[in-house]
Design a protein around this ligand. Structure first.
Ligand SMILES: [Zn+2]
Length: 1101
């Protein structure tokens, strides 16, 4: 399998290549294939630029079609693509995201790739790549072997620091217009729209709410009114000057939301404007003022009064408070957030007295809890904590945020967030309201952690600006009570979704568009995957998320590219072949992506025919790059999801790759090819991102396919990579079952289109590095052409300004997306954490899983920018540095052994597990593509799955009982204790299940009880357990029911389908099983105890 010099043709005999190279003599490569298929016959004359006949020698190269005028007029561009392209016409580029507006050309002829400056280059100054991105030629100085958590590496993003931006801090608002990347919420047009959409009557003299009771003390003076530095007029007029796009009419045609674009505001030219900027984008506060704004918090009573005076003086444009707030006691009972509602001291942790323990790991080696490890609970007053965001969605590595960067540096722990923002949720409050209440300054969405100064004003918990409560917000639709803004769902739920009004749209919401791109080379057909995928699509066609606007299309490719016309009214699909892969054009683009409802029968026809069409192909070449280019062109007008199935190394045209894996080098941590060999896939991915196209790659290959290069197509377009090594329909039944299950999920799971995500945090904190699959479009706006419920993200942060004036900080992620039903929605999560001032508190609040997860992400970057051995060293040093800091700065007296705070008791174990994880392991086991895939997973998986694949769960399952079992939908799910990962925990008379996330291994001991063998495995004796048993029989016994219930329940918890192997000592999978025994020694890695000794040695140095 892994011999040197893998033939580029994949599994086929190498002789086939020569044969195909001399195509004319070999006749049609499809002699027995598609030629006889009626589907092949096209009614379109060949003079129109493509050839519907099969013989290769008759293929018209695309270029010949481009030169004649007739060809031009037929296929000259997108103007006839589809009704959806209405809003794509000339003069409407303002509707497009910046990349698109800069790059789109009306005609695709001549190849936009050669003409367009690649977006990467355009954006290279304003939008640095995510750090550690897989682009080749990264030219960073060799990093130190530990992490400087405080200094963002080159290429990282700063979101709060004016100094770090291209926008001078004091330059005022007007300059913003010169850099449209940063025009954001600072744009008065947005402010206008904000006020307008609020439909609030005059703020000067609002009507008294019915429940309002006079006689209350005056509210505090308003602060932070409209920023004085604002100069709205020039910008406004510049917007007036912009050509009016057909947005409104298009919106009306779509039957969507009513047109609010009356020409006086809001011609958005980027998503950045729509979602609203962070602090960087709204520098309307001079630095001095923002400091004041931050200090006037009435929820923070300990502040120096002098600030309040200054603030009053600096407040302009606000009516006197008495006008706004006639005297009256507020009925207002919001739980004030502030110092008095933090638990008075760290004794708050007395809820978890264990948390205060220090542990000598050399003495207490078994620290692994027998139930799944729970994230630490932030040390907040319970009234606040009960409103907090679920840790499943939003976690921070430190649940106590250090007051200063100096303090954070001392702790030597990474500060960052781990997010699972689009997770499937059982309960999600959805708000439909014409007013989405956001901070006028930093655009934060109102959330449970803002403070209400009184009924009419709320103070932003991120930038401290005081905002007015819009009139509409005074009414609570849930309680039907007026005057309780703090009881609105927006203020009661840390996770919430808003239906977005039209000002959150750059164009009418796109329809769901699904394009499938299939490798149909000889190698691909050999694997038999096409049968399964087509059948799965047939089965799930009606379950594809969408509505009457859903569009679908298909492209197949080998050495040529094949399109399928599915135009309504055709009696059968038509295949159209383009053989000029150097300059791919799209024949009859309007018929290739079709409305699924209208053309359903043709689609079904095609899916039934496709697997047989190439049955006897001899074509071994793979023109993946040109096929992707064609697919991109086809999808550009709308955006959507491209699902690419590839089974080998691409060999033809742009993006062709060469084998790079050298098995002899696998063992060394150096000289392995983790970086892409070409930037073609990344560039194309950025083009896709600009046109709202995400590419999901399904790689089904038994041979090296250079995933390091191919994976970029998904990484930068916000797609995902799925890998089925050695997929074969007969030889590898477990992969077949896995693909089938995962396709079912993939095709039917929720999907968000044309999405952007922004993460904001309280002023003083700064986000500087992002991890995950996306493109950072401007400063801190993640471009996600698709968002799926199974993707995770991580960010690193630093403390830019001291947080000494505040007790609480908040983090908010806002994900703006188009649902498959065509609704524009915003999903918002807000996390609130306390600020701490001592090292001890930082350590007490450390979230070891989140820390390990963030370190894993950082280590992937380090592996790519430096080397694998650097990354491994840095992981070890992360443990050594933090435990040294703890020892020298927190422990008052010197203990013997390796002392750790309770919160970090699993830190050395998890880091050791990372070192043994496929991404970072040494030894000859890891094939290069498998390692790269593991790295992709680190970057793209939500934290819980990353931890499970890194540190699997081991259970004894031959004695499952109902004691402590869960009851889920009338099923009894046993809950056996989790065991340490060591063979010491095994016993020959038992059976043990290793749950490693993507794979489960059930090891049966030699002396396992007869009861388990017969009642669960259905075998007579140990020897009759098949060596390749991959499923449990469903037997009519309680033991079988319990075991199957447990395994099914584990599987149901995750979006992918773990393969189950049942093994005995002689099984080939035994080695894999033992490899997951993280605590044991292997030929190339230390045991846990040896690792602890090593750490202790380093710490005590
Ligand atoms: Zn704010």
């Amino acid at each position: 399998m892994s011999q040197p010099g893998i033939p580029v043709s994949g599994g086929a005999a190498s002789g086939l290549q020569a044969q195909n190279g001399a195509a004319p003599t070999s006749g049609s490569p499809y002699t027995n294939g598609p030629v006889q298929n009626p589907l092949m016959s096209s009614q379109v004359p060949a003079s129109q630029g493509y050839n519907s006949q099969r013989p290769a020698s008759h293929h018209l190269p695309a270029k010949t079609a481009l030169n004649p005028i007739s060809g031009q007029s037929n296929y000259g561009g997108f103007q006839t693509v589809s009704p959806l392209s209405n809003y794509q016409g000339p003069g409407q580029t303002l509707n497009r995201p910046p990349m698109a507006s800069n790059t789109i050309t009306p005609s695709l002829h001549g190849g936009p790739f050669s003409r367009m400056p690649p977006p990467a280059l355009q954006n290279s100054t304003a939008t640095p790549m995510p750090s550690g991105s897989f682009h080749p030629g990264v030219n960073l100085p060799p990093p130190p072997l530990n992490w400087q958590y405080n200094s963002p590496p080159a290429g990282s993003q700063i979101n709060h620091s004016p100094a770090g931006s291209t926008q001078p801090a004091g330059s005022g608002n007007t300059n913003l217009t010169t850099n449209h990347q940063y025009i954001s919420s600072g744009d008065p047009s947005l402010q206008n729209s904000y006020i307008k959409s609020g439909s609030a009557p005059s703020l000067v003299n609002p009507p008294l709410p019915p429940t309002f009771q006079p006689g209350a003390p005056l509210g505090p003076p308003p602060t932070g009114g409209p920023p004085p530095a604002r100069a709205p007029t020039p910008q406004k007029s510049s917007h007036h000057a912009m050509p009016q796009p057909s947005f409104s009419s298009a919106a009306n045609q779509e039957g969507g939301t009513s047109n609010t674009n009356n020409g006086s505001m809001m011609v958005h030219n980027s998503y950045d404007e729509i979602e609203g900027g962070g602090f960087l984008a709204t520098p309307q506060f001079p630095n001095k003022n923002s400091k004041m704004g931050r200090s006037v918090g009435y929820a923070y009573p300990s502040l120096p009064p002098g600030y309040q005076n200054t603030t009053l003086a600096s407040t302009t444009g606000m009516p006197p408070p008495s006008l706004n707030y006639p005297s009256g006691p507020p009925t207002f009972t919001q739980t004030p957030l502030g110092a008095n509602h933090l638990t008075a001291s760290m004794s708050g942790l007395s809820l978890h007295p264990e948390g205060l323990r220090v542990i000598n790991l050399l003495q207490e080696r078994n620290m692994l809890p027998s139930t799944p490890l729970q994230p630490p609970v932030p040390n907040l007053h319970e009234d606040i904590q009960k409103l907090n965001c679920s840790p499943e969605l939003f976690r921070c590595t430190l649940t106590g945020i250090p007051q200063t960067q100096a303090l954070l540096n001392k702790a030597k722990l990474p500060l960052g967030l781990l997010l699972h923002p689009f997770k499937d949720l059982v309960q999600l409050p959805v708000v439909t309201s014409s007013t989405i209440v956001r901070c006028r300054s930093c655009r934060t969405y109102i959330n449970p952690f803002v403070s209400f100064l009184d009924q009419r004003r709320w103070k932003c918990n991120l930038c401290y600006r005081v905002n007015d409560v819009p009139e509409e917000f005074m009414y609570n639709p849930l309680t039907r009570v007026y005057g309780e803004p703090h009881r609105r769902p927006e203020v009661q739920n840390a996770t919430i979704e808003f239906m977005a009004p039209s000002e959150y749209m750059l164009r009418p919401p796109q329809p769901p568009v699904y394009l499938f791109v299939f490798d149909v080379s000889h190698n691909a057909i050999e694997t038999g995957y096409l049968n399964l995928v087509c059948q799965s699509l047939l089965d799930n066609l009606d379950l594809l998320p969408g509505n009457t606007r859903t569009k679908i299309g298909f492209i197949t490719f080998d050495s040529t590219i094949h399109f399928y016309s599915l135009q309504e009214g055709l009696s059968q699909p038509q295949m159209l072949i383009v053989s000029d892969i150097d300059d791919v054009f799209i024949p009859m683009p309007e018929n290739l992506l079709v409305n699924l409802n209208e053309s359903k029968e043709l689609v079904q026809d095609l899916l039934k025919t496709l697997p047989q069409m190439f049955g006897k192909t001899l074509e071994t070449q793979s023109a993946l790059g040109p096929a992707l280019q064609a697919a991109f062109k086809l999808m550009s007008p709308t955006g959507g999801r491209m699902s690419v199935f590839q089974t080998q190394l691409p060999t033809l045209g742009v993006g062709a790759l060469k084998p790079r894996e050298e098995p002899n080098h696998r063992s060394s941590a150096k000289e392995i090819h983790l970086t892409p060999s070409t930037d073609f896939y990344k560039k194309l991915a950025l083009d896709c991102s600009g046109q709202q196209v995400a590419v999901d790659l399904f790689l089904l290959s038994g041979q090296y396919s250079d995933l390091a290069s191919l994976g970029c197509i998904s990484r930068y377009s916000a797609g995902s990579v799925c890998y089925y090594p050695s997929y074969h329909h007969q030889h590898n039944p477990v992969q077949v079952r896995k693909l089938q299950k995962e396709l079912q999920r993939y095709l039917t799971r929720k999907i968000g289109f044309e999405a952007v995500m922004r993460i904001r945090c309280t002023k003083g904190l700064s986000i500087h590095t992002f991890h995950g699959n996306f493109f950072v479009r401007s400063t801190d706006l993640l471009s996600l052409p698709n968002v799926n419920p199974d993707a995770g993200y991580a960010v690193q942060m630093s403390v830019e300004e001291n947080l000494t004036d505040t007790q609480l900080v908040s983090f908010q992620s806002a994900l703006l997306y188009t649902s498959s039903k065509g609704e524009r929605r915003i999903r918002v999560h807000t996390l609130c954490l306390p600020v701490v001032s001592t090292l001890n508190e930082i350590f007490l609040g450390a979230d070891v899983q989140a820390i390990a997860g963030l370190l894993a992400n950082m280590a992937v970057d380090r592996s790519v920018t430096a080397s694998l051995s650097d990354a491994r060293d840095a992981l070890v040093n992360a443990v050594v540095d933090s435990l040294s800091a703890y020892r020298s700065s927190v422990l008052s007296n010197q203990h013997p052994g390796l002392i750790v705070p309770f919160s970090l008791r699993l830190f050395p174990l998890f880091v050791l597990a990372l070192l043994k994880q496929k991404s970072f392991q040494t030894g000859t086991n890891a094939r290069l593509d498998e390692r790269i895939f593991a790295m992709c997973q680190v970057k793209n998986q939500p934290l819980i799955y990353l931890m499970l694949t890194t540190h699997p769960s081991l259970y004894r399952v031959d004695n499952l009982s109902d004691e402590g079992a869960l009851n889920v939908n009338d099923r009894t799910i046993p809950q056996p204790p989790i065991l340490q990962l060591s063979v010491e925990k095994l016993s020959r008379d038992g059976a043990f299940l290793m749950d490693a996330g993507f794979v489960m291994i059930l090891w049966v001991g030699k002396n396992c009880g007869q009861n388990f063998l017969s009642q669960v495995l259905g075998v007579q004796n140990y020897a009759s357990i098949a060596l390749t048993m991959t499923d449990l029989p469903e037997l009519n016994t309680p033991e079988s029911a319990r075991t199957i219930a447990f395994i099914s329940w584990l599987r149901e918890q995750r979006p992918f389908f773990p393969i189950l192997y049942v093994i005995r000592d002689e099984s080939p999978m035994k080695a894999t099983f033992l490899q997951y025994m993280v605590e044991d020694r292997t030929e190339s890695a230390l045991s846990y105890y040896e690792f602890l000794l090593h750490i202790q040695q380093q710490v005590n140095k």
